[in-house]
Design a protein around this ligand. Structure first.
Ligand SMILES: [Zn+2]
Length: 450
C-alpha cells in the first residue's frame, strides 16, 4: 500500500494523508492550512488527488487544521462516508460554520475568496457517521479501522488501520499529560507496524503540568493587579474548556483569587461546551466525579458568556481589570482581534498565549516579540505584557510523543508530519537514537510504499 502525504508536511496545518491500499483510497483528515490569513491561499489549490476517487474519509479530531477543507472536498466531488467519534461528528459542523462566518466577514471586508458555501457544509454533515472509541469499523476489502483516545481534545483519536494484516496508525494530534476532563492518551496496539506521527513539539519540553493551576492563578493575580485586560486567545475547542475547568476549581478553592469578571467571548466555544456536556462518558475520573456530584465544572460565578456581537461589544465598557477568553487561538481571525486592537497597546494589559502559534499568524508574531503589528488593517504598537505557557498546550511535548511511540513495540518506521523545521529534524533524530526505529520526514505530495 501507499501513503500519499497531502498536507501538514513540513508545516503544522492542513493535515491530510491518503492511504491507497490498491483496492481502496482512504483519506485521513482534510484540514485547513493556516498562516497570516485565516483562509490561506494554499487552501484554494487543487488537492494533489482527485476528490471523486476517494472512497472514505476517516477523521481524527475536530480541529480546523484537521477538518477545515472537508466541505471543499465534498464540493469537488467526494461523496463517500465520513467516520469519526460521535463527539467529533457533533463538533465538525460548529467548526465549519464558524470558519464560514469568518471567511464571509473577510470576504465582505477585504474581498478574500470563500473556500466553500453553507450548502457544502450541509452536504458534508450528511455524510458523517459517529463511532464509539474502540468500535471496529469494517470497510471491506480487508480494511478495518479503530479510533483510540488521543487525549488531545474532546472526541480526539488516533486511528489504527489494518490492511491485509499490516497495521498503520495515524496519530492525529497527541495530547499533553494529565489534561483536565480528558482521559489519558491510550497506548498504541502492540502490533502496529507504521506510524504517521505529529511532531508539533518534537523539539520542546513543556513545564510540568502539575503547576498548571498555580500558573493560571498567578496570571490572574498579576494581570488583575495591573488593572488591565487579560486577553486569552484560545482555541474554542479544548483550551477554552480546560481553562474554564481550572478557573472553576480555583474559584472554589483559592480564596485569594481576584474577583474580576471573566468573559467567554466566543459563540463557538459556548456551542462546543454543550458537546462536552452531552458526552460525559468521555470524561476522565475526576470530571466524572464532579459531574455526578452535580458540579457544573464549566461554569462559575465570575464567568459571563457573551454570545451575540452586541454583548461582546459591551465588554469594552467594563472598567477595571477583566479577563477575556476569545478565539481564534492563533489570532488569525475571530473576536480576539477586536480586543487586540484595543488592548495590545495598553501597558496595563496582558496577552497570554496558551496554544501553538503557526508561522505567519498574528499570535506567532507577538510570541516572537514584534513590537508593531498590523491587526485587520490597523497598525498597533505592542505595549502589553506577553506571556506564553507550554503547560497549557494541547499537544504533548517531545517526552510525551516518544513515550507514546514507544508503546508500539513492533513499530518499524515513523513518518514525521505536522511540525516545522527544527521540531521535525530533532524529533526524527530522537526516534532513531532513543527508540531505535526508522524515522522519515514526509514531504508534501510525496508518495511512500509501506
Ligand atoms: Zn488538534
Amino acid at each position: 500500500m501507499k501513503i500519499h502525504f497531502s498536507g501538514a508536511d513540513e508545516g503544522v496545518t492542513g493535515s491530510c494523508h491518503l492511504l491507497d491500499t490498491g483496492k481502496m483510497k482512504i483519506l485521513i483528515d482534510c484540514g485547513m492550512f493556516q498562516g497570516g490569513d485565516f483562509n490561506e491561499g494554499r487552501n484554494h489549490d487543487e488537492f494533489p488527488f482527485d476528490p471523486k476517487t476517494i472512497d472514505v474519509l476517516l477523521v481524527t479530531h475536530g480541529h480546523l487544521d484537521h477538518i477545515g477543507r472537508i466541505p471543499k472536498l465534498v464540493k469537488e466531488g467526494f461523496g463517500g462516508k465520513i467516520y469519526a467519534t460521535k463527539a467529533t461528528c457533533d463538533i465538525m459542523p460548529l467548526i465549519w460554520y464558524d470558519a464560514y462566518n469568518i471567511m464571509s466577514y473577510d470576504n465582505r471586508k477585504f474581498g478574500y475568496p470563500i473556500l466553500f458555501e453553507e450548502t457544502d457544509i450541509a452536504e458534508a454533515q450528511a455524510l458523517c457517521h459517529g463511532l464509539d472509541y474502540h468500535e471496529e469499523l469494517n470497510l471491506g476489502h480487508g480494511v478495518k479501522a479503530i479510533w483510540k483516545d488521543a487525549g488531545h481534545i474532546f472526541g480526539s483519536a488516533f486511528i489504527e488501520i489494518t490492511v491485509d494484516g499490516k497495521k498503520i496508525a495515524f496519530s492525529g494530534d497527541i495530547g499533553n499529560e494529565n489534561v483536565p476532563i480528558l482521559k489519558d492518551t491510550e497506548s498504541l496496539s502492540s502490533d502496529v507496524d507504521f506510524v504517521v506521527c505529529e511532531s508539533t513539539y518534537g523539539d520542546r519540553i513543556h513545564e510540568s503540568v502539575d503547576v498548571r493551576k498555580s500558573i493560571i492563578a498567578n496570571l490572574l493575580k498579576e494581570g488583575a493587579g495591573k488593572g488591565g485586560t487579560i486577553m486569552v486567545p484560545a482555541f474554542s475547542l479544548e483550551r477554552t474548556q480546560e481553562f474554564l475547568y481550572e478557573l472553576n476549581e480555583l474559584s472554589e478553592y483559592d480564596h485569594n483569587l481576584p474577583h474580576i469578571p471573566i468573559f467567554l467571548d466566543s459563540p463557538l466555544a459556548i456551542d462546543a461546551t454543550k458537546v462536552y456536556k452531552k458526552y460525559n462518558e468521555y470524561y476522565d475520573d475526576n470530571a466524572k466525579k464532579l459531574y455526578k456530584e452535580g458540579d457544573d465544572f464549566l461554569n462559575f460565578p465570575q464567568l459571563q458568556v457573551t454570545y451575540s456581537k452586541r454583548e461582546s461589544q459591551k465588554i469594552n465598557h467594563v472598567i477595571g481589570a477583566k479577563m477575556v477568553i476569545a478565539g481564534a487561538g492563533m489570532m488569525n481571525g475571530g473576536r480576539i482581534l477586536h480586543h487586540a486592537i484595543r488592548y495590545l497597546s495598553d501597558p496595563h494589559s496582558t496577552l497570554i498565549i496558551v496554544g501553538y502559534q503557526a508561522h505567519g499568524t498574528l499570535g506567532r508574531r507577538l510570541y516572537d516579540g514584534e513590537k508593531r503589528v498590523n491587526v485587520m488593517g490597523e497598525y498597533i504598537d505592542v505595549k502589553c505584557t506577553i506571556k506564553a505557557i507550554g503547560a497549557l498546550s494541547a499537544h504533548g511535548d517531545q517526552v510525551k510523543l516518544l513515550k507514546w511511540l514507544g508503546t508500539g513495540k513492533k513499530v518499524k518506521k515513523v513518518f514525521c508530519v505536522h511540525g516545522e523545521g527544527k521540531a521535525l529534524t530533532t524529533f526524527a533524530d530522537k526516534i532513531k537514537s532513543d527508540l531505535k526505529k526508522e524515522a522519515h520526514i514526509a514531504k508534501y505530495d510525496e508518495v511512500v510504499e509501506v
